[in-house]
Design a protein around this ligand. Sequence first.
Ligand code: SF4
Length: 361
Amino acid sequence: MSKLEKDLEISRLLREWYQLYKRELPWRNSSDPYIIWISEIILQQTRVVQGMDYFLRFTERFPNVQSLAKADEDEVLKYWQGLGYYSRARNLHTAAKDIVSRFGGIFPQKYEDVISLKGVGEYTAAAIVSFAWNQPYPVVDGNVFRVLSRLFAIDIPIDTTNGKKAFTELAESLLNPKYAGLHNQAIMELGALQCVPQNPDCGVCPLKERCLAYNSGKVHNYPIKQNKTKTRNRYFHYLYIIYKGKTWLSRRKGKDIWEGLYEFPLIETEQAMNFVELQKTNQFQSFFKGIENMNVSIDLANVKHVLSHQILYATFYRIEIEQETNALQSFLSISIKDIEKYAVPRLVHIYLEKMRGNLFE
Ligand code: SF4
């Protein structure tokens, strides 16, 4: 059998398996590029089970490019609240406005135009144009990396430039252009359901006859990673300040996590700190300058919150004061009753959920 025949055979086996075992998901079988785009962006960094409700709510409120483009950013973020990686929502919003201004509100069909949209990388662009219009662009996501690295026992680390290039070329050669969309969905689904990271059920895999890793007993050696990324620890001290039914929030700016979301006044420190140490920091002193009496309690201590490449340790202080200070004027003053109207990071949401009931006491 020639290489081309082998590749066609693999693609056929994948598609046949997919038709039998694919999950029925609300965005499947849609050829609307907007729906495909939203589902793909939600599914980046989010599991299908978790993303499903978000997808349904989001597309109900914003059913097309126009409705998303017209919306207020705060509302878009509110619909995203809890999903994390909020730059995805901001990018969707920016890209929707861009589609309206550059393409008259019609989703562009050319790969080059799709990839020029904010937040759309090679993977998402390939998914959109292949699922919507069967254009022959291969998708290469984490699932595809895993399947290909095992199927062909590839020793190049997947998290390197060379690895990405090699796997993309391989995915391209395997793609049968006649069935581009179906093939791409099939290989991704095989990675999600069958060729899973731990304990893949190779005995019932449609590719087992052809899988080099399986046939050499080395499935768990693949994929290979170089893993150079370091994890950074950060210590967050949130101040839930209460005065006459009011509290204060601030909106995160800059290139750090959670841009555009609201949170309580925050003191971030390089190391873990107890309250006695925290009180001595310049930030704490400037927040409460001139205040003699305050009632302080810890609502939640040392909550560990894991993000990609960083681990946050957060403590939430409840601080009741008897007068307002000048420093608080730089924050947004809100009625405590309105707190749930604001889009907040998942960490703050966890706190609000836990404190529901005694938040307003
Ligand atoms: S045989 Fe096993 S390792 Fe190979 S592709 Fe199938 S599930 Fe993955």
